[in-house]
Design a protein. Sequence first.
Length: 316
Amino acid sequence: MLKLVRLALTAAVLTAIAIRLRRRARLPDRRTEPSRTPRGGSVGHARMGLVWAGIAALVALVLTVALIPGQTLGAASAQRTPVGVTPSPQSSLTPSQPAVTPPAGTPTPEAGGSACPAVSRPVAVRPIDPVVRRAVNRQWRRVERWLRANAPRTYRTLAGPGRAGTIAVAEAQMGVDLPDDLRASLLRHNGSRGRWAFGLGFWADGSANLGIRQIRDAWRLLCGRSAAGGWEGTWIPFLATTDPAAAAPSYAVADAAGGGLLWEGEEGGMSPRMPSYYTLVRAVADALEHGTPLDGRRPVVVRGVLRWQAESPPRG
């Protein structure tokens, strides 16, 4: 529309200039006829007034034609969808909640047969308290430094950083918010990998930290197993045993409702163990640096692999 307006104004100005030049060409030379009769001057002014009035009418006509069809075409194009293209629905997220694409091959939560309620909520990346994140990172640096120097094979099993968007997708699919200290840990190490995987647990047969998707999958599995009761939907599994001889792994969970940690016992059932995930990371870092026992087990290294060995009973 702006181009049409500019063209109309340009045409009007050029027309006015052309008429003015043509009129001046028809006038006699002022040097030979210096004087002009009042009547001739009045007629000239009248003609120029008509010319300018015509130019104004032409501009108004062009503007009217440019505006009316432009609005009609704009409305028509807004209602018309190209063939073979499906309009995308509007996102329900606010600007502070960026949309996140779920990971490929991610299954959807089951509607029934689970101790955990089926939920559906938008994906939203939640901020982490910077104080909590700094505190968790500080303890992880202690763990990493010790593993790198004393148990390099275990150190190499630490996975790289997780993504805040992947955490948000898992939270939306489970309908549960992970505690800030657990999310901060996943953003530093998205679980551990390999045969000698590092775990923040101190089971004799070893344990592995779970990654974001493993947490979601284990949560679904445990919800399905405990459909008859005994499992809470706010329990977030973050640690699993790695004993190959066991029929099924045991888990440690973080209670999203209260923030405490619970351990699965040998005979089943969950028992409280730590007040928070951050407390666990700090306790493991202390045990590694000072060689002190943790829950009756000391850290030992066997051929570059970290193990937790039961303390010998005192000799009487």
